[in-house]
Design a protein around this ligand. Structure first.
Ligand SMILES: [Zn+2]
Length: 382
């Protein structure tokens, strides 16, 4: 069994449902310590984080990721035990196999090979691994970045091991992510008898024209690297359950995934203007779960894209689609951030799986990234 597969299976056996870590950070930390990394555990119970660094010079190339996984969902829909790794027909099954324990294993084993061949690499290598990426993400990467910033420790290049590939390993890498802004809207009306509408004020009717406009709106055209901004309603609730009562209020939750063409303020202004124009009576709470981030094509995108090409022959597409990632906490410090990992077709689903062969290939891609960034002086052939 390859070293990457063995480590992936070890991590998969640990049921680290967010924010649990179940010893994953111990395993990774021990492997890194053996290579001369200095480990620091930043624990904000129940969240656990590992910051581990080898060397003190710049540039600092950091691998980032998470040991936590999302819940299994209905166990009876799994064909295998989600926390007992099983290889079948070339696929490795288990919760976290794609998101993202195979990515963690690929990084660690790649680092072992790289350090063995380049013990005196330029700059520094680091790992920022959290047990809270799938949860609230407050005491995870965000908190570690605050600690690093407070002591002036700066990441220059960051490779996040999230699953980014579509059809083939390495066909897509992420160079940014859209922002996410949510609203919790309460539309106020007056409850009454449905046969006496002049004595009531129906909040559903009051909100409907505004909703139609919000849904139909073209928020922007996106740009070269981002899809257009999108508005979606996730929850609507109104009514007492009785068929003869006009409801007194309506609750609506919505979300905007937005490109770098927008800001939180510009979106909020637009939403408020639409609600006001239609005379909606409301209260509204906002939640920003992530600002958009973007790494302009440059040294790191070139290093990662070149590494994918060196190993697989594919030239990856640059993408900013999908949900948010912890890159949103790292990029604002000025770090270049690129995400590259295994296929994402089954993440968060039952029967999550990864192609076994891809784990070793990904590990070689990570090794090439390190060579391109931290070993510009080639070793003479052995
Ligand atoms: Zn993930």
């Amino acid at each position: 069994m390859s070293s990457t597969l063995a480590l992936t299976e070890d991590l998969l056996r640990r049921p680290s449902v967010s924010p649990e870590d179940h010893g994953c950070l111990d395993v990774i930390g021990a492997r890194l310590a053996a290579l001369g990394f200095r480990n620091e555990r930043l624990t904000y119970a129940p969240v656990d984080n590992l910051w581990s660094r080898r060397g003190s010079a710049q540039p600092l190339l950091c691998f980032a990721g998470h040991t936590d996984v999302v819940p299994t969902g209905p166990r009876e829909e799994w064909h295998t035990d989600p926390f007992e790794p099983v290889v079948r027909d070339g696929m490795l099954y288990g919760r976290g196999s794609a998101d993202m324990k195979s990515g963690l294993a690929a990084m660690v084993v790649a680092t072992e090979r790289f350090v063995a061949r380049h013990p005196n690499h330029v700059g520094s290598l680091a790992y920022l691994i959290t047990s809270d990426e799938e949860g609230p993400s407050v005491d995870g990467t965000r908190r570690v970045m605050q600690v690093l910033e407070a002591r002036g420790e700066k990441i220059d290049f960051c490779v996040v091991g999230e699953p980014t590939s579509h059809e083939r390993l390495g066909d897509t890498i992420k160079i940014g992510r859209r922002g996410s802004l949510s609203g919790r809207l309460t539309v106020h009306g007056v409850q009454g008898h449905i046969a006496y509408p002049h004595l009531a004020d129906n909040p559903v009717h009051g909100f409907a024209p505004a909703l139609a406009e919000l849904v139909a709106r073209r928020w922007d055209e996106g740009n070269e690297f981002f899809q257009p901004t999108s508005f979606q309603v996730s929850n609507v609730a109104a009514g007492t359950g009785a068929p003869n009562v006009v409801p007194g209020e309506m609750k609506v939750r919505f979300n905007l995934r937005f490109s770098t063409e927008q800001t939180v303020e510009s979106l909020q202004r637009t939403v408020l203007a639409i609600l006001d124009r239609h005379g909606v009576k409301y209260t509204l709470e906002w939640f920003v779960s992530g600002l958009p981030f973007f790494t302009r094509p440059g040294p790191l995108t070139e290093a990662v894209s070149g590494a994918v090409r060196d190993v697989t022959g594919l030239t990856p597409q640059f993408s900013t689609t999908g949900g948010t990632s912890d890159g949103r906490f790292i990029a604002p410090t000025g770090a270049q951030v690129v995400e590259v990992g295994v296929g994402n077709a089954t993440i968060h689903k039952v029967n999550e799986c990864v192609r076994v062969a891809d784990i070793d290939v990904l590990s070689r891609i990570y090794e090439r990234v390190m060579e391109r960034v931290l070993a510009p002086l080639r070793l003479s052939p052995v």
